[in-house]
Design a protein around this ligand. Structure first.
Ligand code: 3PG
Length: 306
């Protein structure tokens, strides 16, 4: 089978070598499309392929229509909001992710961003410490739980909201459970967002919620920019000069936020949460194994469009 590795943001060489090894040893051929400039390049590359490995690359209806032999798409990572699941299901294409494989990298970055903001973006201005501060974790899944546990080791007090977990599971994960998003925001000196981008979550974090945060709070977004209502964020930062926003997912209105609020906001230029050699290897190799296994045995364990 032909497997396309389509990564606009390429994996580390070690991960690419591992992917190629796993798939060629399983009898497949790997084609690489890295650092491509336009979506049209992606569309043009899928003509003969049966499988695609992606990161945040967009698998749209157009991509699938251009790939008549396509059987499986594996998102090497957690969030699959970049894949048109409906179009895939309609065409009988299996979509999988590789949950948990890059979580540690994202969790470490979330902590790094908190420290960066607490220490005034590494300027000589007097900063503050994370120890003793309250951290709210919105969604206590693979990444959220790691953020909570690492933050606890720094002396933070952790509480978490997750509608898919019982209180016992949240406690077992090292956090105190809270039961409403308002309660979570109101009690968080730092609030780390780990919800996926879904129709129900897009734009869900706006003025009302952000202004519930206590004095001097920092909102940390290593999830998706779409979950923030950017007008609401702007209004909240305007009214509350004590609040800060830091993100691994640059807001569309970032230039305006920077102009208005300077060092109270920071966003990485390109999503880098999962961009470590370790995470690339973990997620990339898992994706390759899942494809080899799917073609060999029909295993669909990580299918997300069932
Ligand atoms: C994910 O959903 O796994 C992360 O956002 C990482 O995305 P990336 O592979 O594009 O860096």
């Amino acid at each position: 089978m032909k497997v396309l590795l389509a990564t606009q943001k390429p994996f580390a060489a070690k991960a690419v070598d591992g992917i190629v090894k796993i798939l060629t040893e399983a009898g497949h051929e790997v084609i690489k499309l890295e650092k491509y400039e336009a979506q049209a390049d992606f569309v043009a590359a899928v003509k003969d392929v049966e499988a695609i490995i992606i990161r945040s690359d967009k698998v749209t209806e157009e991509v699938m229509a251009a790939a008549p032999k396509l059987k499986i798409v594996v998102r090497a990572g957690a969030g699959y909001d970049n894949v048109d699941l409906e179009a895939a299901t309609k065409r009988g294409v299996v979509v999988m992710n590789t949950p948990g494989q890059n979580s540690n990298a994202v969790a470490e970055l979330a902590l790094g961003l908190m420290i960066y903001m607490a220490r005034t973006q590494f300027t000589p201005a007097t900063g503050s410490e994370l120890q003793g501060k309250r951290l709210g974790v919105q969604a206590y899944g693979n990444v959220g739980r790691l953020v909570g546990q690492k933050a606890k080791a720094l002396g933070m007090k952790i509480h978490a909201l997750d509608p898919f977990l019982t209180d016992e599971q949240i406690v077992a994960g090292g956090a105190d459970p809270v039961h409403s998003v308002e309660e979570l925001y109101a009690a968080s000196d730092y609030l780390s967002i780990h919800i996926p981008a879904l129709p129900s979550t897009i734009g869900s974090i706006g003025y009302d919620l952000i202004t519930k945060m206590p004095k001097g709070a920092t909102l940390v977004n290593t999830a998706r920019k779409e979950v923030i209502d950017e007008d609401g964020l702007l209004k909240a930062l305007e009214e509350r000069p004590d609040l800060k926003y830091v993100a691994d997912v640059m807001p569309d209105n970032y230039a305006l936020l920077q102009e208005k609020f300077g060092a109270r906001v920071f966003a990485t230029p390109k999503k880098m949460g999962a961009q470590t050699s370790e995470a690339n290897v973990n997620a990339g190799l898992a994706a390759a194994r899942q494809i080899a296994d799917f073609f060999a045995t029909g295993n669909r364990k990580f299918q997300v469009n069932k």
